[in-house]
Design a protein around this ligand. Structure first.
Ligand SMILES: [Zn+2]
Ligand SMILES: [Zn+2]
Length: 471
Protein backbone atom coordinates (compact mmCIF):
# COMPACT_ATOMS: atom_id res chain seq x y z
CA UNK A 1 0.00 0.00 0.00
CA UNK A 2 1.21 3.49 -0.76
CA UNK A 3 2.77 5.46 2.07
CA UNK A 4 0.57 8.43 1.19
CA UNK A 5 -2.86 6.89 1.42
CA UNK A 6 -4.16 4.29 3.86
CA UNK A 7 -7.81 3.94 2.94
CA UNK A 8 -8.25 0.83 5.09
CA UNK A 9 -6.50 2.09 8.21
CA UNK A 10 -9.22 3.04 10.71
CA UNK A 11 -6.77 5.03 12.84
CA UNK A 12 -5.48 7.34 10.13
CA UNK A 13 -7.35 10.04 8.28
CA UNK A 14 -7.60 9.53 4.55
CA UNK A 15 -5.27 12.26 3.30
CA UNK A 16 -6.86 13.46 0.11
CA UNK A 17 -7.07 17.06 -0.93
CA UNK A 18 -10.39 18.75 -0.40
CA UNK A 19 -12.72 18.64 -3.40
CA UNK A 20 -12.04 22.36 -3.89
CA UNK A 21 -8.42 21.41 -4.63
CA UNK A 22 -6.91 22.88 -1.49
CA UNK A 23 -5.14 21.12 1.29
CA UNK A 24 -7.48 21.54 4.24
CA UNK A 25 -9.98 19.53 6.23
CA UNK A 26 -13.66 19.25 5.42
CA UNK A 27 -14.38 21.22 8.61
CA UNK A 28 -12.12 24.09 7.48
CA UNK A 29 -13.77 24.01 4.08
CA UNK A 30 -17.20 24.28 5.69
CA UNK A 31 -16.03 27.11 7.97
CA UNK A 32 -14.79 29.09 4.96
CA UNK A 33 -18.01 28.58 3.04
CA UNK A 34 -20.12 29.68 5.97
CA UNK A 35 -17.77 32.68 6.51
CA UNK A 36 -18.27 33.71 2.87
CA UNK A 37 -22.03 33.41 3.13
CA UNK A 38 -22.05 35.41 6.37
CA UNK A 39 -19.82 38.09 4.81
CA UNK A 40 -22.21 38.37 1.86
CA UNK A 41 -25.19 38.87 4.17
CA UNK A 42 -23.33 41.50 6.21
CA UNK A 43 -22.23 43.30 3.04
CA UNK A 44 -25.86 43.44 2.02
CA UNK A 45 -26.83 44.86 5.39
CA UNK A 46 -24.12 47.49 5.08
CA UNK A 47 -25.78 48.65 1.86
CA UNK A 48 -28.79 49.85 3.76
CA UNK A 49 -26.71 52.32 5.78
CA UNK A 50 -25.27 55.74 5.09
CA UNK A 51 -22.20 54.80 3.07
CA UNK A 52 -24.12 52.88 0.40
CA UNK A 53 -23.39 55.52 -2.20
CA UNK A 54 -19.78 54.35 -2.20
CA UNK A 55 -20.57 50.71 -2.63
CA UNK A 56 -20.10 48.90 -5.90
CA UNK A 57 -23.07 46.66 -5.30
CA UNK A 58 -25.20 49.68 -4.69
CA UNK A 59 -24.28 51.20 -8.04
CA UNK A 60 -25.06 47.96 -9.78
CA UNK A 61 -28.34 47.61 -7.93
CA UNK A 62 -29.26 51.17 -8.90
CA UNK A 63 -28.56 50.46 -12.55
CA UNK A 64 -30.54 47.27 -12.49
CA UNK A 65 -33.36 49.07 -10.78
CA UNK A 66 -33.32 51.69 -13.54
CA UNK A 67 -33.65 48.92 -16.11
CA UNK A 68 -36.37 47.11 -14.18
CA UNK A 69 -38.41 49.64 -12.24
CA UNK A 70 -40.77 46.82 -11.25
CA UNK A 71 -39.13 44.26 -9.01
CA UNK A 72 -41.42 41.44 -10.16
CA UNK A 73 -40.19 42.00 -13.71
CA UNK A 74 -36.55 41.92 -12.58
CA UNK A 75 -37.06 38.67 -10.78
CA UNK A 76 -38.88 37.11 -13.75
CA UNK A 77 -36.02 38.13 -16.02
CA UNK A 78 -33.37 36.72 -13.66
CA UNK A 79 -35.22 33.45 -13.30
CA UNK A 80 -35.59 33.15 -17.06
CA UNK A 81 -31.97 33.81 -18.10
CA UNK A 82 -29.97 33.14 -14.90
CA UNK A 83 -27.83 35.57 -12.89
CA UNK A 84 -24.60 35.25 -14.89
CA UNK A 85 -26.21 35.81 -18.28
CA UNK A 86 -28.15 38.74 -16.86
CA UNK A 87 -25.00 40.34 -15.44
CA UNK A 88 -23.12 39.91 -18.71
CA UNK A 89 -26.02 41.28 -20.72
CA UNK A 90 -26.44 44.32 -18.48
CA UNK A 91 -22.75 45.21 -18.35
CA UNK A 92 -22.58 44.98 -22.16
CA UNK A 93 -25.07 47.83 -22.45
CA UNK A 94 -24.25 49.80 -19.27
CA UNK A 95 -20.80 50.98 -18.12
CA UNK A 96 -21.12 49.25 -14.73
CA UNK A 97 -17.40 48.94 -14.02
CA UNK A 98 -16.48 52.49 -14.91
CA UNK A 99 -19.36 53.88 -12.89
CA UNK A 100 -18.19 51.84 -9.91
CA UNK A 101 -14.65 53.13 -10.37
CA UNK A 102 -15.90 56.70 -10.55
CA UNK A 103 -17.87 56.27 -7.36
CA UNK A 104 -14.79 54.98 -5.64
CA UNK A 105 -12.68 57.91 -6.80
CA UNK A 106 -15.39 60.29 -5.66
CA UNK A 107 -15.40 58.76 -2.16
CA UNK A 108 -14.37 61.76 -0.06
CA UNK A 109 -10.67 62.15 -0.71
CA UNK A 110 -10.60 58.83 -2.55
CA UNK A 111 -9.18 60.47 -5.65
CA UNK A 112 -5.94 61.52 -4.00
CA UNK A 113 -4.89 58.72 -1.71
CA UNK A 114 -1.16 59.08 -0.99
CA UNK A 115 -0.76 55.33 -0.47
CA UNK A 116 -3.15 52.57 -1.50
CA UNK A 117 -1.32 49.34 -0.62
CA UNK A 118 -1.27 49.03 3.15
CA UNK A 119 -0.17 46.47 5.68
CA UNK A 120 -2.10 46.38 8.97
CA UNK A 121 -1.10 44.20 11.92
CA UNK A 122 -3.48 42.42 14.26
CA UNK A 123 -3.41 40.00 17.16
CA UNK A 124 -5.97 37.22 16.63
CA UNK A 125 -8.41 38.19 19.41
CA UNK A 126 -12.02 39.37 19.32
CA UNK A 127 -10.93 42.91 20.32
CA UNK A 128 -9.75 43.37 16.71
CA UNK A 129 -13.14 42.49 15.22
CA UNK A 130 -13.84 45.81 13.43
CA UNK A 131 -10.37 46.02 11.91
CA UNK A 132 -10.45 42.38 10.75
CA UNK A 133 -13.99 42.22 9.38
CA UNK A 134 -13.44 45.35 7.28
CA UNK A 135 -11.25 43.12 5.13
CA UNK A 136 -13.67 40.32 4.10
CA UNK A 137 -16.58 42.78 4.04
CA UNK A 138 -14.75 44.97 1.52
CA UNK A 139 -14.82 48.19 3.58
CA UNK A 140 -11.16 48.96 2.87
CA UNK A 141 -11.66 48.37 -0.84
CA UNK A 142 -14.71 50.60 -0.75
CA UNK A 143 -12.39 53.42 0.34
CA UNK A 144 -10.00 52.69 -2.52
CA UNK A 145 -7.48 50.90 -0.28
CA UNK A 146 -5.75 47.61 -0.87
CA UNK A 147 -5.18 46.38 2.68
CA UNK A 148 -3.38 43.28 3.84
CA UNK A 149 -4.32 42.37 7.43
CA UNK A 150 -1.41 40.51 8.98
CA UNK A 151 -1.69 38.18 11.93
CA UNK A 152 1.03 38.91 14.49
CA UNK A 153 2.31 36.74 17.33
CA UNK A 154 2.51 39.24 20.19
CA UNK A 155 2.37 42.85 21.30
CA UNK A 156 6.12 43.48 21.48
CA UNK A 157 6.29 42.49 17.82
CA UNK A 158 3.43 44.86 16.97
CA UNK A 159 5.31 47.68 18.69
CA UNK A 160 8.56 46.88 16.86
CA UNK A 161 6.90 46.57 13.45
CA UNK A 162 5.22 49.94 13.95
CA UNK A 163 8.47 51.59 15.00
CA UNK A 164 10.29 49.98 12.02
CA UNK A 165 7.45 51.05 9.69
CA UNK A 166 6.83 47.48 8.52
CA UNK A 167 3.17 48.08 9.27
CA UNK A 168 1.30 51.16 8.08
CA UNK A 169 -1.28 50.93 10.87
CA UNK A 170 -2.21 48.42 13.50
CA UNK A 171 -4.32 46.92 16.20
CA UNK A 172 -2.83 48.30 19.44
CA UNK A 173 -3.58 47.80 23.10
CA UNK A 174 -4.93 51.27 23.86
CA UNK A 175 -2.18 52.18 26.41
CA UNK A 176 0.56 51.25 23.91
CA UNK A 177 0.52 54.45 21.83
CA UNK A 178 0.81 56.42 25.10
CA UNK A 179 3.78 54.31 26.24
CA UNK A 180 5.57 54.36 22.86
CA UNK A 181 5.01 58.12 22.45
CA UNK A 182 6.52 58.65 25.91
CA UNK A 183 9.47 56.35 25.20
CA UNK A 184 8.53 53.72 27.80
CA UNK A 185 10.08 50.37 26.87
CA UNK A 186 11.12 51.67 23.44
CA UNK A 187 12.61 54.74 21.76
CA UNK A 188 10.06 57.52 21.93
CA UNK A 189 8.12 57.53 18.65
CA UNK A 190 4.91 59.55 18.39
CA UNK A 191 1.93 57.19 17.91
CA UNK A 192 -1.79 57.82 17.82
CA UNK A 193 -5.05 56.16 18.78
CA UNK A 194 -7.46 56.76 15.89
CA UNK A 195 -10.32 54.82 17.42
CA UNK A 196 -10.89 52.53 20.34
CA UNK A 197 -11.56 49.08 18.84
CA UNK A 198 -13.54 47.53 21.65
CA UNK A 199 -14.87 48.16 25.12
CA UNK A 200 -15.34 45.40 27.74
CA UNK A 201 -14.69 41.94 26.26
CA UNK A 202 -12.04 40.70 28.72
CA UNK A 203 -12.29 38.44 31.77
CA UNK A 204 -10.43 36.99 34.70
CA UNK A 205 -10.21 33.25 34.03
CA UNK A 206 -9.03 30.90 36.75
CA UNK A 207 -7.88 27.29 36.67
CA UNK A 208 -10.71 24.86 37.49
CA UNK A 209 -8.86 23.80 40.62
CA UNK A 210 -9.71 27.21 42.11
CA UNK A 211 -13.46 26.95 41.57
CA UNK A 212 -14.05 27.04 45.32
CA UNK A 213 -11.53 29.81 45.90
CA UNK A 214 -13.30 32.87 44.55
CA UNK A 215 -12.22 35.50 47.08
CA UNK A 216 -9.16 37.38 45.81
CA UNK A 217 -8.08 37.98 49.42
CA UNK A 218 -6.99 34.32 49.40
CA UNK A 219 -4.95 34.54 46.22
CA UNK A 220 -1.55 35.28 47.74
CA UNK A 221 1.13 33.46 45.74
CA UNK A 222 -1.00 33.10 42.61
CA UNK A 223 0.66 33.27 39.19
CA UNK A 224 -1.26 35.39 36.68
CA UNK A 225 -0.77 36.28 33.04
CA UNK A 226 -1.57 39.47 31.15
CA UNK A 227 -0.84 40.06 27.44
CA UNK A 228 1.54 43.03 27.87
CA UNK A 229 2.71 45.48 30.53
CA UNK A 230 1.10 48.48 28.85
CA UNK A 231 -2.36 46.94 28.66
CA UNK A 232 -5.73 47.52 30.27
CA UNK A 233 -5.43 43.87 31.31
CA UNK A 234 -2.43 44.64 33.50
CA UNK A 235 -3.97 47.84 34.90
CA UNK A 236 -7.38 46.23 35.63
CA UNK A 237 -5.89 43.10 37.22
CA UNK A 238 -3.63 45.24 39.43
CA UNK A 239 -6.56 47.47 40.36
CA UNK A 240 -8.74 44.48 41.27
CA UNK A 241 -6.08 42.71 43.35
CA UNK A 242 -5.14 45.91 45.19
CA UNK A 243 -8.80 46.55 46.08
CA UNK A 244 -8.72 43.13 47.77
CA UNK A 245 -5.64 44.16 49.74
CA UNK A 246 -3.03 42.31 47.68
CA UNK A 247 0.07 44.06 46.42
CA UNK A 248 0.33 43.02 42.76
CA UNK A 249 4.12 43.45 42.79
CA UNK A 250 4.89 41.44 45.91
CA UNK A 251 1.91 39.21 46.82
CA UNK A 252 1.38 37.57 43.41
CA UNK A 253 3.30 37.11 40.18
CA UNK A 254 2.06 38.79 37.02
CA UNK A 255 3.74 37.55 33.83
CA UNK A 256 3.47 38.67 30.25
CA UNK A 257 2.14 35.78 28.09
CA UNK A 258 0.91 36.10 24.49
CA UNK A 259 -2.88 35.60 24.44
CA UNK A 260 -2.69 32.47 22.25
CA UNK A 261 -0.48 30.75 24.86
CA UNK A 262 -2.62 31.54 27.91
CA UNK A 263 -4.88 28.47 27.79
CA UNK A 264 -1.99 26.02 27.32
CA UNK A 265 -0.17 27.56 30.29
CA UNK A 266 -3.30 27.32 32.41
CA UNK A 267 -3.65 23.64 31.49
CA UNK A 268 0.03 22.95 32.24
CA UNK A 269 -0.37 24.47 35.71
CA UNK A 270 2.10 27.30 34.98
CA UNK A 271 -0.65 29.79 35.76
CA UNK A 272 -3.44 30.03 38.32
CA UNK A 273 -5.31 32.44 36.11
CA UNK A 274 -5.13 35.28 33.63
CA UNK A 275 -6.80 38.54 32.84
CA UNK A 276 -6.88 38.06 29.11
CA UNK A 277 -8.63 38.90 25.91
CA UNK A 278 -11.28 36.77 24.32
CA UNK A 279 -11.69 34.29 22.78
CA UNK A 280 -9.17 32.81 25.23
CA UNK A 281 -11.37 33.12 28.32
CA UNK A 282 -14.11 31.27 26.50
CA UNK A 283 -11.56 28.91 24.96
CA UNK A 284 -10.42 27.89 28.48
CA UNK A 285 -14.05 27.00 29.27
CA UNK A 286 -14.40 25.16 25.93
CA UNK A 287 -11.27 23.14 26.71
CA UNK A 288 -12.52 22.48 30.25
CA UNK A 289 -9.38 23.83 31.91
CA UNK A 290 -10.75 27.03 33.41
CA UNK A 291 -13.79 29.06 34.39
CA UNK A 292 -14.74 32.70 34.03
CA UNK A 293 -14.33 34.27 37.46
CA UNK A 294 -15.55 37.67 36.34
CA UNK A 295 -16.02 39.79 33.24
CA UNK A 296 -14.02 43.01 33.15
CA UNK A 297 -17.24 44.90 32.49
CA UNK A 298 -18.03 44.14 36.14
CA UNK A 299 -14.93 46.14 37.15
CA UNK A 300 -15.46 49.05 34.76
CA UNK A 301 -18.45 48.86 32.46
CA UNK A 302 -17.41 50.40 29.15
CA UNK A 303 -13.67 50.28 29.76
CA UNK A 304 -11.51 50.65 26.65
CA UNK A 305 -9.31 47.74 25.65
CA UNK A 306 -7.74 47.70 22.20
CA UNK A 307 -7.32 50.51 19.72
CA UNK A 308 -6.82 51.14 16.06
CA UNK A 309 -3.86 53.40 15.46
CA UNK A 310 -0.78 54.38 13.59
CA UNK A 311 2.27 56.62 13.83
CA UNK A 312 1.99 60.40 13.76
CA UNK A 313 4.46 60.35 10.87
CA UNK A 314 2.17 58.10 8.78
CA UNK A 315 -0.75 60.46 9.37
CA UNK A 316 1.30 63.51 8.40
CA UNK A 317 2.59 61.89 5.23
CA UNK A 318 -0.68 60.24 4.21
CA UNK A 319 -3.60 62.35 5.45
CA UNK A 320 -6.10 61.20 2.80
CA UNK A 321 -5.15 57.55 3.17
CA UNK A 322 -5.50 57.90 6.93
CA UNK A 323 -8.95 59.46 6.56
CA UNK A 324 -10.00 56.62 4.24
CA UNK A 325 -8.76 54.03 6.76
CA UNK A 326 -10.66 55.85 9.48
CA UNK A 327 -13.90 55.62 7.53
CA UNK A 328 -13.42 51.92 6.79
CA UNK A 329 -12.83 51.07 10.45
CA UNK A 330 -15.64 53.31 11.73
CA UNK A 331 -18.03 51.71 9.25
CA UNK A 332 -16.98 48.31 10.57
CA UNK A 333 -17.37 49.41 14.19
CA UNK A 334 -20.91 50.65 13.51
CA UNK A 335 -21.82 47.21 12.13
CA UNK A 336 -20.10 45.35 14.96
CA UNK A 337 -21.99 47.35 17.60
CA UNK A 338 -25.34 46.07 16.35
CA UNK A 339 -26.23 42.86 18.23
CA UNK A 340 -28.16 41.51 15.25
CA UNK A 341 -24.89 41.25 13.28
CA UNK A 342 -22.86 39.45 15.93
CA UNK A 343 -23.66 35.84 14.97
CA UNK A 344 -22.65 36.45 11.39
CA UNK A 345 -19.52 38.34 12.43
CA UNK A 346 -18.46 35.31 14.49
CA UNK A 347 -18.61 33.21 11.31
CA UNK A 348 -16.70 35.83 9.30
CA UNK A 349 -13.73 36.09 11.69
CA UNK A 350 -13.53 32.38 12.68
CA UNK A 351 -11.48 31.01 9.73
CA UNK A 352 -7.78 30.33 9.77
CA UNK A 353 -6.72 33.59 8.12
CA UNK A 354 -8.26 35.56 10.98
CA UNK A 355 -8.89 34.14 14.47
CA UNK A 356 -8.61 30.42 13.63
CA UNK A 357 -11.07 29.47 16.38
CA UNK A 358 -14.08 27.17 16.71
CA UNK A 359 -17.12 29.20 15.69
CA UNK A 360 -18.99 28.10 18.83
CA UNK A 361 -16.38 29.83 21.00
CA UNK A 362 -16.64 33.12 19.09
CA UNK A 363 -20.45 32.96 19.10
CA UNK A 364 -20.43 32.82 22.89
CA UNK A 365 -18.08 35.80 23.14
CA UNK A 366 -19.84 38.02 20.61
CA UNK A 367 -23.47 37.24 21.45
CA UNK A 368 -22.85 37.25 25.21
CA UNK A 369 -24.72 33.98 25.73
CA UNK A 370 -22.03 31.77 27.17
CA UNK A 371 -21.06 28.89 29.42
CA UNK A 372 -19.00 30.15 32.37
CA UNK A 373 -17.22 26.85 33.07
CA UNK A 374 -19.04 26.39 36.38
CA UNK A 375 -22.14 24.81 34.90
CA UNK A 376 -24.03 28.07 34.27
CA UNK A 377 -25.19 29.58 31.00
CA UNK A 378 -25.05 33.36 31.30
CA UNK A 379 -26.59 36.04 29.12
CA UNK A 380 -24.61 39.29 29.06
CA UNK A 381 -25.23 41.02 25.71
CA UNK A 382 -22.61 43.73 26.36
CA UNK A 383 -19.93 41.27 27.41
CA UNK A 384 -18.05 42.67 24.38
CA UNK A 385 -18.85 45.91 22.58
CA UNK A 386 -17.23 48.03 19.90
CA UNK A 387 -17.68 51.68 20.86
CA UNK A 388 -14.97 53.50 18.87
CA UNK A 389 -14.84 56.83 20.82
CA UNK A 390 -11.23 57.55 21.88
CA UNK A 391 -12.22 59.59 24.95
CA UNK A 392 -9.28 61.56 26.26
CA UNK A 393 -10.30 60.84 29.86
CA UNK A 394 -9.62 57.16 29.12
CA UNK A 395 -6.04 58.10 28.26
CA UNK A 396 -5.74 60.12 31.47
CA UNK A 397 -6.94 57.16 33.54
CA UNK A 398 -4.28 54.95 31.92
CA UNK A 399 -1.63 57.56 32.77
CA UNK A 400 -2.73 57.61 36.43
CA UNK A 401 -2.32 53.82 36.61
CA UNK A 402 1.11 53.99 34.94
CA UNK A 403 2.08 56.45 37.68
CA UNK A 404 0.50 54.33 40.37
CA UNK A 405 2.56 51.25 39.43
CA UNK A 406 5.81 53.08 38.76
CA UNK A 407 5.89 52.88 34.95
CA UNK A 408 6.04 56.68 34.92
CA UNK A 409 7.82 58.63 37.62
CA UNK A 410 6.78 62.06 38.88
CA UNK A 411 4.24 64.55 37.58
CA UNK A 412 2.58 64.16 34.21
CA UNK A 413 0.90 66.70 31.96
CA UNK A 414 -2.14 64.46 31.51
CA UNK A 415 -4.11 66.65 29.14
CA UNK A 416 -1.20 67.43 26.90
CA UNK A 417 -0.35 63.74 26.39
CA UNK A 418 -3.95 62.58 26.12
CA UNK A 419 -4.79 65.20 23.49
CA UNK A 420 -1.66 64.53 21.48
CA UNK A 421 -2.15 60.74 21.37
CA UNK A 422 -5.94 60.15 21.40
CA UNK A 423 -7.35 61.70 18.21
CA UNK A 424 -10.82 62.50 19.49
CA UNK A 425 -11.44 65.55 17.26
CA UNK A 426 -10.41 63.64 14.15
CA UNK A 427 -12.59 60.66 15.11
CA UNK A 428 -15.59 62.96 15.55
CA UNK A 429 -14.93 64.61 12.19
CA UNK A 430 -14.81 61.27 10.37
CA UNK A 431 -17.91 60.02 12.18
CA UNK A 432 -19.74 63.15 11.04
CA UNK A 433 -18.58 62.49 7.48
CA UNK A 434 -20.26 59.08 7.74
CA UNK A 435 -23.44 60.61 9.19
CA UNK A 436 -22.87 58.71 12.42
CA UNK A 437 -24.10 60.00 15.76
CA UNK A 438 -21.34 62.00 17.46
CA UNK A 439 -21.43 62.36 21.25
CA UNK A 440 -20.30 65.59 22.97
CA UNK A 441 -17.37 66.24 25.28
CA UNK A 442 -13.84 64.88 25.61
CA UNK A 443 -13.41 63.96 29.26
CA UNK A 444 -16.47 62.01 30.48
CA UNK A 445 -16.21 60.65 34.03
CA UNK A 446 -16.05 56.90 34.64
CA UNK A 447 -16.75 54.59 37.56
CA UNK A 448 -14.17 51.90 38.26
CA UNK A 449 -15.07 49.39 40.98
CA UNK A 450 -17.50 51.86 42.52
CA UNK A 451 -15.08 54.81 42.61
CA UNK A 452 -15.57 57.82 40.36
CA UNK A 453 -12.76 58.94 38.12
CA UNK A 454 -12.76 62.59 37.04
CA UNK A 455 -9.89 63.49 34.70
CA UNK A 456 -9.92 67.05 36.08
CA UNK A 457 -8.67 65.63 39.41
CA UNK A 458 -6.27 63.07 37.95
CA UNK A 459 -3.22 63.97 40.01
CA UNK A 460 -5.06 63.54 43.32
CA UNK A 461 -6.67 60.34 42.02
CA UNK A 462 -3.27 58.83 41.13
CA UNK A 463 -2.13 59.44 44.72
CA UNK A 464 -5.35 58.27 46.37
CA UNK A 465 -4.69 54.52 46.50
CA UNK A 466 -3.55 52.66 49.62
CA UNK A 467 -1.53 50.16 47.58
CA UNK A 468 0.59 52.07 45.12
CA UNK A 469 4.13 52.95 44.12
CA UNK A 470 3.23 56.60 43.47
CA UNK A 471 4.75 59.09 45.89
ZN1 LIG B 1 -11.92 22.93 0.36
ZN1 LIG C 1 -8.28 44.20 23.63
Amino acid sequence: MSEFFSPYDADRPLMLKCSCGRDHSAADHQAELSAEAAAATLRQRSLTSEFEAYSNEFIEATLVKALFPQDALRRRFLRAVGKDTAMAAISSVLPVASLQAMAQEAGKGGGNLEKKDLKIGFIPITCATPLIMAHPLGFYKQQGLNVEVTKTAGWALIRDKMINKEYDATHFLSPMPLAISMGLGANATPMNVATIQNVNGQAITLSLKHKDNRDPKNWKGFKFAVPFEYSMHNFLLRYYLAEAGLNPDTDVQIRVVPPAEMVANLRAGNLDGFLGPDPFNQRAVFEEVGFIHLLTKDLWNGHPCCAFGTSTEFIQKNPNTFAALYRAVLTSAAMARDPKNRELIAKVIAPQAYLNQPEVVLQQVLTGKFADGLGNIRTVPDRADFDPMPWQSMAVWMLTQMQRWGYIKGEVDYKQIAEKVFLLTEAKKQMKALDQKVPDGAYPKFTIMGKEFDAAKASAYAKSFAISKAA
